[in-house]
Design a protein around this ligand. Structure first.
Ligand SMILES: [Zn+2]
Length: 540
């Protein structure tokens, strides 16, 4: 069952139901397992090992796809390095004499019962206490005549209305008086303005807790978590709505920030404490987008037809940038580095959009002073280097692993899988780290491969290294402590985007992805508390 579903999913035949930005779930299909997590700061040897293993495994899978007959052949010994352990012959087990016992449950501990009992008893008390505070506030307004917020005339009492809204501990009730301005007909309900609640909706603090759950888990799971953690019954759709309203607010805030700092008249933070060096790196991937422009609405009991498969081109770029101080990198264990702090910036859209965000964040932090060198680490992508020129004092670095990946491609073609290719690339890695990029290019130019395919691969390697030679002074970058890899941004990008947006079968509307992304960044940048200061906007 699960296998069939997965297979269909890969062929794009399955699509789930759901509103815009609401991830489609496929029943019975667990998340796709991640085979290997390549920690960016792994030692070079580990990197080579993993890389070779992955590439061999990929190559084998591709070969199987092309030629099913191969599947009967035993894979070559040098491949399946990682799979070897699982390929040990199994000894057939003899069935036990007795049928196995059903696993037993234990009694729920006494303290757990006590803890929950108190919680259940006190929930209504909390609600009552909150209701009392609301009543006191309502009483304090009694007899006061508000002034019109438009024309400042005193307003007249118009009518009163019983309203309620839902908070974490339950539903609250009050009566609100409506006032009307006789001059301009403007209406006000001062108690609601004062409380900042919306009649019939959920309270702001509960909304923020639900959004927090949805930022880390798919909507349906977030709704389930709300029940388990908060004791609040809500549908996945209810959580989705909250995210749209708060996410829109967060997204508008960061877009506004970007525009604000893009104007030279705007004031950035003081650059008095700006570091001598700040590292900026960017990475991107594509999100599967929904095919429909409009949200589908169900009429009565009508069953909606499944969504059509994702068409080619129904993807949108999402880019992540990381800002950090190289001086704040600490080695937590040998070969494993972590950062004291980093700032993540992410957005749907093109290169200009992400660089505008990064620039705004740098100004907001006050991290680029007159003498600050901006170190830009990137893969070979042209859009990064084109935008890097916006920083006058900069150092461009081609990600070391990307540089090696190109060497691997040629080595594998030239020497096949095995120790000769390993040694060749290993030597190249050592030479690159020693800053001998010109020597390497000269050496490559002296090679005389004997097939057209090899010659072409060699030419492309030479062209790539020649183009980026100025960004491959790895000895210098290491000496200056700038770092040479884009590992920080790659892991950040996975954390921001892949972990929430690229789960099995998920598809997004532009607005849905943009809003959730804005909220997720608040959490990952440890700015979640800021959300209290942003309004819950209305979204169509
Ligand atoms: Zn008025």
């Amino acid at each position: 069952m699960a296998v069939n579903l997965l297979e269909q999913l890969h062929r794009g035949r399955i699509s789930g139901e759901g509103p815009d930005g609401y991830p489609c779930r496929i029943p019975g299909v667990p998340g796709v397992p991640i085979l290997l997590d390549i920690w960016p700061q792994n030692s070079y040897a580990v990197f080579c090992f993993i890389k070779r293993g992955l590439n061999s495994a990929n190559a084998s899978v591709m070969a199987l796809r092309r030629n099913p007959v191969l599947s009967c052949r035993r894979p070559a010994e040098s491949r399946w390095l990682l799979a070897k352990k699982q390929r040990q012959p199994r000894t057939p087990s003899t069935p036990p004499a007795q049928a196995p016992q059903r696993p037993a449950w234990q009694e729920v501990s006494r303290f757990m019962l006590l803890e929950r009992e108190v919680e259940i008893q006190h929930r209504p008390l909390m609600l009552a206490a909150l209701q009392e505070k609301v009543n006191a506030l309502a009483d304090s307004l009694r007899g006061q005549t508000p002034a019109c917020s438009r024309c400042a005339q005193p307003m007249q009492r118009h009518d009163s209305e019983a309203v309620s809204w839902v908070a974490l501990f339950g539903r609250l009730h009050t009566t609100v008086v409506r006032y009307r301005c006789s001059a301009c007909q403007h209406e006000r309900r001062p108690l609601l303005d004062l409380l900042g609640v919306e009649p019939g909706r959920i309270s702001g603090s509960l909304a923020r807790l639900l959004a927090l759950l949805a930022v880390v888990a798919p909507y349906s799971l977030a709704a389930q978590l709300a029940g388990l953690l908060l004791g609040v019954k809500i549908s996945a759709m209810g959580v989705w709505k909250v995210v749209q309203r708060l996410g829109e607010s967060a997204a508008r805030y960061s877009e506004g920030m970007s525009q604000y700092h893009a104007d030279s008249r705007s004031e950035g933070a003081s650059t008095q404490d700006a570091p001598p060096v700040v590292v900026l790196s960017v990475d991107g991937c594509r999100l599967g987008m929904q095919v429909r422009k409009q949200r589908r609405r169900r009429q009565g009991d009508e069953v909606l037809p499944p969504l059509p498969p994702v068409e080619e081109g129904r993807f949108q770029d999402v880019k992540t940038g990381v800002l950090l101080w190289p001086s704040e990198r600490v080695e937590t264990s040998p070969g494993r580095h972590s950062l004291v702090r980093r700032f993540l910036v992410s957005c749907l859209g093109d290169a200009d959009a992400i660089f505008a965000r990064l620039y705004a964040q740098l100004r907001e932090l006050g991290w680029v002073g007159a003498d600050t060198v901006v170190v830009i680490v990137g893969d070979g992508a042209e859009w990064i280097w084109n935008r890097a020129t916006m920083f006058v004092r900069r150092c461009e670095i081609l990600d070391f692993w990307h540089a090696l990946e190109h060497a691997w491609a040629f080595a594998r073609l030239c020497y096949g899988e095995g120790s000769r290719a390993d040694r060749w690339v290993h030597q190249m890695a050592e030479d690159l780290k020693a800053g001998k990029v010109e020597e390497i290019i000269a050496q490559l130019k002296r090679m005389r491969p004997n097939t057209p395919e090899l010659r072409e691969s060699l030419q492309s390697l030479i062209a790539y290294y020649s183009e980026h030679a100025g960004r491959m002074r790895y000895d210098e970058y290491l000496r200056l402590g700038y770092g040479i890899g884009s590992g920080a941004v790659e892991s950040a990008h996975k954390q921001v985007v892949h972990a929430r947006f690229r789960q099995a079968g998920m598809r997004w509307s532009e607005a849905g992805a943009r809003r959730l992304l804005a909220l997720r960044l608040l959490l990952l940048n440890d700015h979640w508390a800021l959300l209290d200061r942003l309004p819950m906007v209305s979204v169509a």
